[in-house]
Design a protein around this ligand. Structure first.
Ligand code: FE
Ligand code: ZN
Ligand code: FE
Length: 209
């Protein structure tokens, strides 16, 4: 392996790593979107795929600024994160919401890894006084942060544990004689989790009356 003997070379190497990571994502994100059941989650992933394509073209502009060929260098980190995500998302889930929760978790690991990579690259671009490239990378960093925040927001609506817990509580007090175990076993199906939400809101209105 050739040695890296300047900050500039190190920086180009970092950009090649990110370039490879982003390219992998253009293949991985559609697969995740296809497996998502929640409409908001699917459209957030599809939207981020568009942004990812824009990020690739920003990186190509950065290479051009530097007079370097746009070329990826295999990013082992992203490769691993995507393999792990594939494995987790491919498990058997009784409830689509549970798979969505796993998809969100995998996507957020991706975003955090990218946020770290762009953060370092921006610091190095500043050191090299590559102001145009700082600007380009900052635009992409903001998109990664926004994608992460959006996923956090969707996560709250995908699996509503609070509603399920409330319903368990009210069933213990007033509901049919059913063991706690039976209730939690039931909670792991899609039908029962929506039932849980409904019964929870019924419980609330009952309390109000
Ligand atoms: Fe990205
Ligand atoms: Zn990497
Ligand atoms: Fe991203």
């Amino acid at each position: 392996m050739a040695s890296i003997d300047s900050m500039n070379e190190l920086f180009v190497d970092e950009l090649r790593d990110i370039y490879d990571a982003e390219k992998r994502l253009t293949k991985a994100i559609p697969k995740l979107a296809k497996k998502a059941s929640n409409d908001d989650l699917r459209s957030a992933l599809e939207e981020h795929l568009q942004e990812t394509e824009g990020q690739i073209s920003r990186l190509e502009q950065a290479f051009e600024h530097l007079g370097e060929r746009a070329k990826g260098k295999p990013c082992a980190g992203m490769k691993g994160i995507l393999e792990e995500g594939d494995e987790h998302v491919g498990e058997d889930y009784e409830d689509d919401d549970l798979r969505d929760a796993v998809i969100i978790g995998s996507a957020q690991r991706v975003e955090h890894y990218e946020i770290a990579a762009y953060g370092t690259a921006i610091a190095h671009a500043r050191l090299l006084q590559q102001d145009d490239i700082v600007q380009l990378l900052e635009e992409s960093l903001e998109e990664e942060k926004a994608a992460d925040a959006k996923l956090s927001q969707i996560a709250e609506s995908v699996v509503n544990i609070e509603a399920a817990d409330q319903s368990e509580e009210s069933e213990e007090k007033t509901g049919p004689a059913r063991s706690r175990q039976a209730t939690s076993r039931q909670r792991s199906t899609a039908a029962s989790s929506s039932k849980a939400r409904v019964s929870s809101s019924r419980a609330k209105s009952a309390r109000r009356r």
